[in-house]
Every structure is written in structure tokens, then in C-alpha cells.
Design a protein around this ligand. Structure first.
Ligand SMILES: Nc1ncnc2c1ncn2[C@@H]1O[C@H](COP(=O)(O)OP(=O)(O)OP(=O)(O)O)[C@@H](O)[C@H]1O
Ligand SMILES: [Mg+2]
Length: 353
């Protein structure tokens, strides 16, 4: 899949693009830091694809997702019989990236023991497989990324200082969405256009009130949050434009606060709606713990949120086609329409196949 383009016209993005242009031509190691969802991986891919290594492999590794006991053999490979379960010789990711780029995502999650080995491999441009005696030479460009404060980790002793300086030859910071003035609108519109190619029915624009709300939101999940929000709004929309009431409660509240108006107290009595929306952005459904020590839990609200999450997921999967979504949920078309309208997720349009 071709890498998506970096969208944005804000000063922050323009200087990011300029820096990418400068570093793409070289083979120096880079460290990309930025909050979650700000496009760190996108930047790494763009650097690889616009530079001299573009025809060579780009190997992404999520350092936080590999179990600690397997990291070394994943990175460097292993010899047959080097440990229980090593039934055949295996090539590691370092070797797979030879000649190209190794993208070490969430590098701050690497255990200290692995940090030593990584440093040695980078310095000596060679490594040994687990259970092996030969030095294997490699030529890789390392792009590391993290959303952690690595300097603080160095100060605390959980990240090696020498490795930090090896990786941080050039530092690239991906700006949070709230610092990209003007880009929210641009990105939202681009994501909407993209939905139009994927969904059967897609509104063509946001109305002004909805856009103003998007612009006043803080975006803790950054561009990924915006991407998910657009998709969610498309599944909820009925007309040709996306309206404020089709945006998550948290965004609606931000808009009200920005205008000095009170937020909706009934929906905020628990954080159920906000929790569900945030979890849904990650693709999960999170219910509040059945812990009554902090006060009562309104069952109807909780169940309504669960129902809303499943309805949204089914609609998204079905490309917005309610009949198909109903099938996915094992309910009738009539029932899905009833549920959607009961939850305020559908205006009374009778038109749908
Ligand atoms: N400037 C941009 N223009 C268009 N799309 C973008 C931009 N930045 C990020 N995206 C999109 O936002 C999503 C998140 O980007 P990406 O995965 O690169 O972020 P990340 O910083 O690696 O996040 P995390 O820390 O959660 O891993 C992706 O779908 C990506 O395509
Ligand atoms: Mg990432």
C-alpha cells in the first residue's frame, strides 16, 4: 500500500515537511518524537520512500508489542536449537532490513538488556544471532519513534544515554493537532473525501457549527482521533452535511465551552459516553467497572452506550447500510431503525433499502 500523503498547511507541518526533505537524502539515524496519533509512522515511511533507500526494505518493529523473552530473537534471529522452540534457523528483523530502513516504533519500551544489544549492533554494524558465533554485517538506517519523554527516561535510568545519543542524531518532532492551526478543517475535509470512496452514502461537507466544534476540541488522540471521528460521523449522518449533533459528546461540549455555554449535564453525569467514545477510537468497547464505592452506576446509560458502540461498529462494517448492519447484529431491519432512533442516532428518514 502506498504511503498516504502528509496533509497540512500550518507552519508546524510546513517546517516538518521541510525537515523531512532535508533528511530524506541522507542515511543518518533519526528519532521521531510526538504524541500518539500525530503521524510518527507516516513520517518515517515518507522519509524512507523519498530517499535513496526507497527500493530497499522498510521494516517496522513495534518494540512495545514483542514479549521480552522473544525480542532478541525477533531482532537478530536465532540458530536452530538455540532455545526450546527454535526448531529452525530464523532471520531477524535487522537482517531483513539490510540495505534499507529499520523503523523501531515505541523504542522507549525496549528493556535495558535489549538496549545494550541494539547499541552494539548500531555501533559495530554487525550482530550475532541467538545461539550463533558468526558476526553478521548489516547496513541499515534506523528511524526510531516514541511518544515517551526519552530524556526523562534517561534521567531515570530506564533508557541508556549512549543509545539515546546514537538514535537522536537528528530529532524530528511531529506536532500535536492542536498546534496545527488551520489543519483541522483541511484534514477533516480530506478524510471526508476518503470516506466517500469507501462508504456507499457519504455527506459532502461539515456544517459550520460542526467545523467550529472540531476546531475548538483539544484532540488528545490527534490525527487518528480525527480520522475515527469522521468515519463515525459519516455512519451517523443522514443528510448531505455533518452536523454538530453527530459529533461525539466530548467535542460538542468543547464547542459549548468555547462559546461560554453550559455543557450537557445529563450526559456527563458519568464519563460513560466519553470513555466509550475514546475506547471506540481504539476499536475496543470499555465498560465501567462494577464498582459502586464511587457512587451509583446508571445501568440504562451504560447499556445504551454498549448498544451504541455495537451499532456504530456494525454500521461502519456494513458501509453504512442499515440492512446489512442489522444482519451482522442478528436483528431485524425494523429493530435496527428503532434502536438507532431511540438512541438519537438517526433522524426520521424512511428512505433506506
Ligand atoms: N499529516 C497527516 N496527514 C494525513 N494523515 C495523517 C497525517 N498524520 C497522520 N495521519 C494519519 O493518522 C493516523 C495515525 O498516524 P500514525 O500511525 O503515523 O501516528 P503515530 O504517531 O505513529 O501514532 P501512535 O503513537 O499511536 O503509534 C494514520 O492513519 C495516518 O495515516
Ligand atoms: Mg505509531
Amino acid at each position: 500500500m502506498a504511503t498516504r500523503k502528509i496533509i497540512g498547511e500550518s507552519t508546524a507541518v510546513l517546517s516538518l515537511l521541510k525537515l523531512i526533505g532535508k533528511v530524506a537524502g541522507s542515511k543518518t539515524n533519526l528519532l521521531v518524537i510526538g504524541e500518539s496519533g500525530t503521524g510518527k509512522e507516516l513520517v518515517a515511511r515518507m522519509i524512507h520512500e523519498t530517499g535513496p533507500l526507497k527500493d530497499k526494505p522498510f521494516i517496522p518493529v513495534n518494540c512495545g508489542a514483542i514479549p521480552e523473552t522473544l525480542i532478541e530473537s525477533e531482532m537478530f534471529g536465532h540458530k536452530r536449537g538455540s532455545f526450546t522452540g527454535a526448531i529452525s534457523e530464523k532471520m531477524g528483523l535487522f537482517e531483513a532490513a539490510h540495505g534499507g530502513t529499520l523503523f523501531l516504533d515505541e523504542v522507549g519500551e525496549l528493556p535495558l538488556s535489549m538496549q545494550v544489544k541494539l547499541l552494539r549492533a548500531i555501533q559495530e554494524r554487525s550482530f550475532r544471532k541467538v545461539g550463533g558465533n558468526d558476526d553478521i554485517r548489516v547496513d541499515v538506517r534506523i528511524i526510531a519513534a516514541t511518544n515517551r519523554d526519552l530524556e526523562a527516561a534517561v534521567a531515570k535510568g530506564t533508557f541508556r544515554e549512549d543509545l539515546y545519543y546514537r538514535l537522536n542524531v537528528i530529532l524530528i518532532r511531529t506536532p500535536p493537532l492542536r498546534e496545527r492551526e488551520g489543519d483541522i478543517r483541511l484534514l477533516a475535509e480530506q478524510f471526508l473525501k476518503r470516506c466517500a470512496t469507501r462508504f456507499k452514502r457519504c455527506p459532502s461537507r461539515f456544517d459550520e457549527e460542526a467545523l467550529a466544534a472540531l476546531e475548538s476540541h483539544e484532540w488528545p488522540g490527534n490525527i487518528r482521533e480525527l480520522e475515527n471521528l469522521v468515519e463515525r460521523a459519516v455512519t451517523l449522518s443522514t443528510g448531505d452535511s455533518i452536523t454538530l449533533d453527530q459529533l461525539p459528546q466530548g467535542v460538542q461540549d468543547a464547542a459549548l465551552r468555547a462559546r461560554g455555554l453550559p455543557t450537557h449535564p445529563a450526559r456527563r453525569s458519568t464519563d460513560v459516553a466519553a470513555t466509550a467514545a475514546a475506547a471506540q477510537a481504539q476499536g475496543a468497547l470499555v465498560l465501567p467497572a462494577a464498582d459502586f464505592s464511587k457512587g451509583p452506576l446508571p445501568l440504562d446509560e451504560i447499556l445504551a452506550d454498549a448498544e451504541r458502540s455495537y451499532l456504530l461498529a456494525a454500521l461502519a462494517h456494513a458501509g453504512g447500510v442499515k440492512k446489512k448492519a442489522a444482519e451482522l447484529l442478528g436483528i431485524t431491519f425494523r429493530s435496527i431503525r428503532y434502536r438507532l432512533s431511540k438512541l438519537g442516532m438517526e433522524k426520521d428518514d424512511a428512505s433506506e433499502e
